[in-house]
Design a protein around this ligand. Structure first.
Ligand code: FEO
Length: 164
């Protein structure tokens, strides 16, 4: 049985994962309209992954005797100057998610909830990968700069990173 404090922390994390899915969906649509099918595909797939992260928390909370709450979501902001700006926002958002996950992990330790601590390790590993990927993509974009053919290749290559 989850303690009330852990149940609240997990539900807060569930909100963050649901928001992430919603945000990336909006960004995918923005990229699609801006003429970047590869980036759009990447963001749609990322949105699907975040939904899975949300569902994983939802099932865990309910299985451990808590009550998962499906939140209402605000309209995401999509004001990007350019593609680099979009990926900078992605990295910043993932860093925010990591810090929130670290807070949950810290709470699990102080509350001596080792089962939830164990469950959260999947998210810790996932965040490492997501931050590394976002950093790598941003490095590539910095190298490309304003080169149009470089951007064309970036959009083509990113198609194979996520999804089918
Ligand atoms: Fe599930 Fe990328 O945070």
């Amino acid at each position: 049985m989850l303690s009330k404090e852990i149940e609240i922390a997990l539900n807060d994390q569930l909100v963050i994962e649901a928001k992430s899915s919603h945000i990336y969906l909006a960004w995918a649509s923005w990229a699609e309209n801006a003429g970047y099918p590869g980036i759009a595909k990447f963001m749609y797939a990322h949105s699907d992954e975040e939904r899975q992260h949300m569902l994983k928390l939802l099932h865990y909370i309910n299985e451990r005797g808590g009550k998962a709450i499906v939140p209402e979501l605000a309209k995401p902001s999509v004001n990007f100057e350019n593609i680099k700006d979009l990926f900078q926002s992605l990295l910043e958002h993932e860093r925010f998610v990591t810090s929130s996950i670290n807070d949950v992990v810290g709470l699990c330790l102080t509350s001596r909830d080792y089962s939830t601590h164990n469950f959260m390790q999947w998210y810790v590993a996932e965040q490492l990968e997501e931050e590394a990927l976002a950093t790598d993509l941003l490095d590539k974009l910095n190298m490309i700069g304003n080169d149009k053919s470089g951007m064309y290749l970036f959009d083509r290559d990113i198609m194979s990173i996520r999804g089918e």
